[in-house]
Design a protein around this ligand. Structure first.
Ligand code: TYM
Length: 335
């Protein structure tokens, strides 16, 4: 069996990018008999971006309900919350001690902050916490604590998986045994970077997201109507290959539907009508899930139970591995 693992940071409301880039492919993979799936809420990672406890809790509930509404079967999948697994922060420390500081200097998220500070003429590390700096090591621990083979993610996470491989390799080398599987990234090319309202990557940090469920069908439609388009009038041909709207449509539609939509754009349908068609296409998939989501979100206690059970299952894998690692690195008990 292939072990597949992925997580979502609990800092916001799930958006279409999370859904097509991570949740939808991960749920599909979990239905395969040869896959052993581990999916989790990355709430330790959330602390790096947010110091708002209510927001983190609310986001965790929304993300858990989203996974379940999208068809995740907790009987098949090990589904848990990162902060319920004490082996993860423990492993983070073991990995920290073999990770080259220079590797972390090259992490995109850290570098972006440094570049921004430098441009603004400030101290390069102004406002950067050690948590942001350590982000890739915590993520490596998420993956390596369960020796996952494959990590399905959107394109923005590739560097983190490569770093997890580097760190695993280094640990194996230093301690002379294959403790860790070297994880591989799994990318769905078509949806690896879903654009947002302004055409840039859909991201909480750019404030350009289209929420999956929040606000209902009305809000979904209103948000889709805000997708930025060029100024071509109805009747003028549109270029599908230069259109966030088309790219988003493609992420939800079959090949035939996509071809028909492409033709309509070339034939010059108005942007307003194109947006309405995009809304209808997405709503067809989302409406039945939204109903489930509303029911789930009203029962946080039931979700808690599911996550606790998931944490027990997850720890059945992580606890023996950590015991083995402790022995290997010289932290064995003297009794
Ligand atoms: P996060 O929470 O930013 O995003 C969750 C998943 O959604 C994908 N994604 C996208 N895919 C396509 N187009 C987009 N516009 C888009 N926006 C987001 C992300 O690539 C990701 O797969 N560090 C991770 C969470 C994490 C994790 C892990 C993932 C923590 N530990 C271990 C895998 C394995 C993050 O912040 O993702």
């Amino acid at each position: 069996q292939t072990r597949v693992l992925t997580g979502i940071t609990t800092t916001g409301t799930p958006h279409l990018g999370n859904y097509v880039g991570a949740i939808r492919p991960a749920v599909a993979a979990s239905r395969r008999a040869d896959v052993d799936a581990f999916y989790f809420m990355a709430d330790y990672h959330a602390l790096i971006k947010s110091d708002n406890p209510e927001r983190i809790e609310r986001s965790r509930l929304e993300i858990a309900a989203t996974w379940l509404a999208a068809g995740l079967d907790p009987g098949r999948v090990t589904f848990y919350r990162q902060s319920d697994i004490p082996e993860i922060p423990e492993l983070t420390w073991f990995l920290t001690c073999v990770t080259a500081k220079g590797l972390l200097n090259r992490a995109h998220a850290y570098k972006a902050s440094v570049d921004k500070n430098t441009e603004a003429g400030e101290d390069s590390d102004a406002g950067v916490t050690a948590g942001l700096y350590m982000y890739p090591v915590l993520m490596a621990a998420d993956i390596l604590a369960f020796n996952a083979h494959k990590v399905p993610v959107g394109r923005d996470q590739i560097q983190h998986i490569e770093m997890a491989r580097d760190i695993a390799q280094r640990f194996n080398h230093i301690y002379g045994r294959e403790f860790f599987v070297l994880p591989e990234v799994q990318i769905e090319e078509q949806v690896a970077t879903l654009p947002g309202l302004d055409g840039r990557k859909m991201s909480k940090s750019y404030d350009n997201t289209i929420p999956l469920f929040a606000g209902g069908a009305k809000h979904l439609r209103e948000t889709i109507m805000r997708i930025v388009t060029d100024s071509r009038a109805p009747g003028e041909p549109k270029n599908p290959d230069d259109s966030a709207l088309f790219t988003i449509y493609q992420a939800f539609a079959s090949a035939d539907e996509t071809a028909a939509f492409r033709q309509s754009l070339l034939d010059g349908i108005g942007w307003g009508e194109a947006k309405q068609r995009l809304f209808e296409r997405i709503e067809t998939d989302v409406a039945p899930m939204r109903e489930q989501y509303e029911a789930l979100i009203a029962k946080p206690a039931a979700i808690e139970d599911i996550l606790h059970e998931g944490a027990q299952k997850a720890r059945a894998t992580a606890t023996p591995l950590l015991a083995e690692l402790r022995e290997a690195i010289g932290l064995r008990s003297m009794a």
